[in-house]
Write a protein that binds this ligand. Structure first.
Ligand code: EPU
Length: 417
């Protein structure tokens, strides 16, 4: 197993380029199931979760070939309609194959994902939506077994905003008979990216990015090429790295408009953020100010940036109140941040962070993907040496983060444990 060793205290300077989005790539890869033929997806990040998705498609019979950040997926050869427990437990998003398999073959058998470190994360709304589209669903031996004739368009109103649920039903409805309307749909940019790709394949989807999505079912989709959007969470993590180290960096390839909620809060905290010709410049102040955040579905403050923002608030002047409203157990980084000398108290879904003058580097352990990023950020700003172990969590979602940070002047290396 690898670990990271960081010697803190360097101000980050220079330029970094953001990779393609993990959370957009995953459903886009899955959507290729709907369109037999060769789909070429570019700007794909090199990540463990992408490898897992490739393994899932491979196990279904697709031919997948990668060349740099371009992946060709030939889904014509898919014959299997089962995704096993081994694959789904490694990555929950694998469950998204259920709808597309059902739409294409009229049957699918997919393992239920089970719990996850950050919360229970049920898929009840995915299943309820598929049933509303006409699927017969049985849960047996830990698997969802679904069958249907052709799915039939209908109105679906989500109880709560769900990113995966919205993506799943958008894919399933793309080739259903008639119109499907998704109400109270999630509005994340990754949903817009998926809708654009599906439309490129011949789907008729309108309203993605708003809370009402209209899908006119078409009889078939055909293979298409697509370039994945930039990773907004990776970009946001670099923005905080610059802010926390009093650095001054330029970020290429990001879309600042995807991160409005974060950018406004960072500006409130005293960070300078400017954008010109597609390049975003982020300059940290001498001393950050505390601000409060509440995580919300897009366009609210993203839960995927909560851990990193908390690391930043650990070294800000004053007290910051951070409420996590999306996942019930997404404060696991707190006990690790305490080891750096942070002052954080948790009560229910709220953490109160009192800024300290300096963090001090410490051995620490990653517990989930975004928690790992927060420990790296703490290490970059801390005095002395930090070790971050269990970074396989990090490798799920950040492409070469230590190389990119080293390119910005950070003293960070990956070593074998
Ligand atoms: N929920 C239900 N029932 C459902 C579906 C969701 O109760 O059927 C609940 C969840 O338990 C959660 C809330 O609804 O409390 C929101 O979950 P959502 O479905 O929106 O999350 P997701 O699709 O499972 C995606 C990202 C996550 C990101 C969330 C929220 C992917 C592959 N994952 O998860 O990304 O945190 O949306 O924005 O797109 C990450 O990248 O680190 C990550 C965890």
């Amino acid at each position: 197993m690898d670990k990271l060793i960081i010697k803190g205290g360097r101000k980050l300077k220079g330029e970094v380029t953001v990779s393609g989005s993990k959370n957009a790539s995953l459903p886009i890869f899955v959507a290729t199931i709907l369109a037999p033929g060769i789909n070429q997806i570019s700007n794909v990040p090199f990540l463990r979760d992408i490898n897992t998705t490739i393994k899932v498609l491979d196990s279904l019979g697709a031919c997948v070939e990668g060349n740099g950040n371009v992946v060709k997926i030939d889904s014509a050869s898919i014959w299997n309609h089962e995704a096993t427990y081994d694959l789904v437990k490694t990555m929950r998003a694998s469950v998204l194959v259920l709808g597309p398999l059902l739409a294409r073959f009229g049957r699918a058998r997919v393992s239920l994902p089970g719990g996850c470190a950050i919360g229970a994360r049920p898929i009840n709304l995915h299943l309820k939506g598929l049933q509303a589209l006409g699927a017969a669903i049985v849960l047996e031996h830990g698997y969802v077994e679904a069958t249907c004739k052709r799915l039939k368009g209908t109105r679906i109103n989500f109880d709560i905003s769900t990113v995966g649920g919205t993506e799943h039903l958008m894919m399933a409805a793309a080739t259903a008979k008639g119109e499907t309307v998704l109400e109270n749909a999630a509005r994340e940019p990754e949903i817009v990216d998926l809708a654009q790709y599906l439309n490129r394949m011949g789907a008729q989807i309108e309203g993605a990015g708003t809370d009402t999505i209209h899908i006119q079912g078409v009889t078939e989709l055909s293979a298409a090429n697509y370039e994945v959007m930039p990773d907004r969470i990776e970009a946001g993590t670099f923005m905080i790295a610059a802010a926390m180290t009093g650095g001054d960096i330029r970020i290429n390839g990001m879309k600042l408009e995807h991160l409005d909620a974060l950018a406004f809060k960072m500006q409130d905290a005293g960070v300078e953020i400017t954008s010109r010709d597609g390049v975003v410049r982020v300059k940290g102040p001498k001393r950050l100010r505390s601000v409060n955040i509440k995580t919300r579905p897009y366009p609210g403050f993203p839960t995927d940036m909560q851990a990193q923002f908390m690391a930043m608030m650990c070294v800000a002047d004053g007290a910051s109140v951070i409420s996590e409203n999306i996942f019930e157990n997404r404060f696991m980084h707190v006990s690790e941040l305490l080891r750096f000398g942070a002052d954080i108290v948790i009560e229910g879904n709220t953490a109160t962070v009192k800024g300290v003058r300096k963090l001090s580097g410490a051995p620490s352990m990653a517990t989930d993907l975004r928690a790992s990023a927060s420990l790296i950020l703490a290490g970059l700003a801390a005095e002395g040496t930090t070790e971050v172990t269990r970074i396989y969590h990090l490798d799920r979602g950040y492409e070469s983060i230590e190389k990119k940070l080293a390119g910005l002047g950070a003293d960070i290396v990956r070593v074998k444990e």
